[in-house]
Design a protein around this ligand. Structure first.
Ligand code: SAH
Ligand code: SF4
Length: 441
């Protein structure tokens, strides 16, 4: 991990500011052990704290009832807070997708998305979620019924614009469990940075530039906050995670990987239910290949040759498609694991039959699948959506060439929650927003 960070292209992360403060959420067992030791407490206190933070997802030091009142006071007096990120605003789509504006302890915000019944991105990747989805596809009528059930239970949640009232979602554990809303599983799409520095020409997040990296606690904390909102019981409810929100996870590699461990070992979500998407940060992919606990990989290919890719993803100047594919080929894939290649279809730019044929040549012989994403428009971005025929033909050509290919179903377009539509929304009136257990450090 450390060697990857020092390689060119990942140096940028060292220069970005990080929040200062004493946040417990995000610490691993060893670090919590140091906190306990510094307060003159026994090591088993660290285990109690760890369980409270990640298994029980407690949101305030006061709420950690496994610790004595005296110890809770000692922690608070020493400036320790849980500082789990907070849901500040929500927007609910007719398809059940929810988009959240989530605030970190220093006031920075990111967006996180909840997609009941998954985003379709897991189809064909060999994961547990994919197998579930394959079985469930046959029961289409069922899906329609759950959509209706959700509409019945959710329609009153959006007030006027996209966002509901400020603070509406904070620490409320009563928004209906998965079963109550008629869904069988859900996918949470998480952000890894505040903004993004990669500058893909078709992506709204790129327009906002980069503010800073998220810490491991801020990445895993988005999941904890959303799980709390929906009263999710890990082990009972089936939750998938995609690191596909704002930011480039491999330009925040160490915090991203630390968050994976907290999510797997602490919160209890198996890594086989997680997928990370990268725009193609070569040293990141190489480091990732060496990890023993890691999500599945999705690479944003988005073009069939370097010339087109450089136009839509200028980062291609640094790392060519062939280098990225070699690095993907070197990943030791586990049983039933595939590498996913995402391909945003941009009308007239990369959606022609010759592009499909080039993709087939590129991916030949790889244990791969392709996820086609119809481009989602955003203000100030000058691309066109492909025609439905072009998208269908592109898919057919790939399938005929032997490549499993899916068109990802767009989720939450009406609330700007679909791929590439997330942006950093500026939060004004910050003083009013400091509340429960996560006041500014
Ligand atoms: N930064 C990472 C992960 C977040 S973007 C990455 O780029 O891979 C997740 C996916 O959304 C990527 O495959 C990206 O190519 C795609 N995407 C970005 N903007 C989009 C848009 N406007 N419409 C459709 N997909 C988009
Ligand atoms: Fe960043 Fe991904 Fe958007 Fe590119 S597509 S700008 S890497 S978030």
């Amino acid at each position: 991990m450390t060697d990857a960070k020092t390689q060119s292209g990942m140096d940028a992360e060292a220069a970005l500011p990080m929040p200062a403060g004493r946040a417990l959420f995000g610490m691993n067992l060893e670090e919590l052990g140091q906190v306990a030791a510094a307060l003159g407490e026994k090591p088993y206190r660290a285990k109690q704290l760890y369980e409270a933070l990640y298994e029980q997802r407690v949101t305030s030091v006061e709420g950690v009832t496994t610790l004595s009142q005296q110890l809770r006071e000692k922690l608070t007096a020493a400036g320790w807070q849980i500082a789990m990120p907070q849901i500040l605003q929500t927007a609910t789509s007719v398809d059940g997708t929810e988009r959240y504006l989530i605030r970190m302890a220093d006031g920075e915000t990111v967006e996180t998305v909840w997609m009941p019944d998954g985003d379709g991105g897991e189809r064909g990747d060999g994961s547990e979620a994919a197998e579930e989805e394959a079985k469930e596809a046959v029961a289409a009528a069922d899906a329609a019924a759950s959509e209706t059930a959700f509409m019945r239970s959710s329609t009153a949640r959006v007030d006027g614009g996209y966002w509901s009232r400020r603070g509406e979602g904070r620490d409320i554990r009563n928004f209906g469990t998965l079963a109550e809303t008629g869904f069988r599983r859900a996918t949470i799409c998480i952000s890894s940075q505040v903004g993004c520095a990669v500058n893909c020409q078709f992506c709204l997040t790129a327009k906002f530039g980069i503010r800073r990296n998220l810490t491991a606690g801020e990445i895993a904390g988005q999941v904890a906050a959303v799980l709390n909102r929906h009263n999710i019981q890990i082990g009972k409810d089936r939750i998938n995670l995609v690191f596909m929100g704002m930011g480039e996870p491999f330009l925040n590699y160490e915090h991203f990987m630390k968050s994976v461990l907290l999510l797997v070992e602490g919160i209890g979500i198996p890594e086989s239910r997680m997928t990370v998407s990268t725009s193609g940060i070569l040293p990141g992919i190489e480091a990732f290949a060496r990890e023993s606990v890691r999500p599945k990989l999705a690479l944003s290919l988005n073009a069939s040759n370097d010339i087109v890719r450089e136009r839509v993803m200028p980062i291609t100047r640094k790392w060519k498609i062939a280098q990225l594919l070699d690095a993907c080929r070197a990943i030791p894939l586990r049983n039933r694991e595939w590498v996913t290649f995402e391909y945003v279809l941009l009308g007239g730019v990369n959606d022609q039959p010759e592009h499909a044929r080039e993709v087939l040549t590129l991916l030949k012989g790889m244990r791969a699948k392709v996820n086609l994403i119809v481009w989602n428009p955003g203000p100030g971005i000058d691309y066109k959506q492909p025609s439905a025929e072009a998208a269908a033909q592109f898919q057919s050509l790939l399938i005929e060439g032997g490549m499993p290919t899916y068109i990802r179903r767009p989720r939450g377009r009406d609330i700007y929650a679909a791929c590439g539509q997330l942006k950093r929304t500026v939060v004004e009136e910050r003083p009013h927003l400091v509340e429960i257990g996560a006041a500014a450090f």
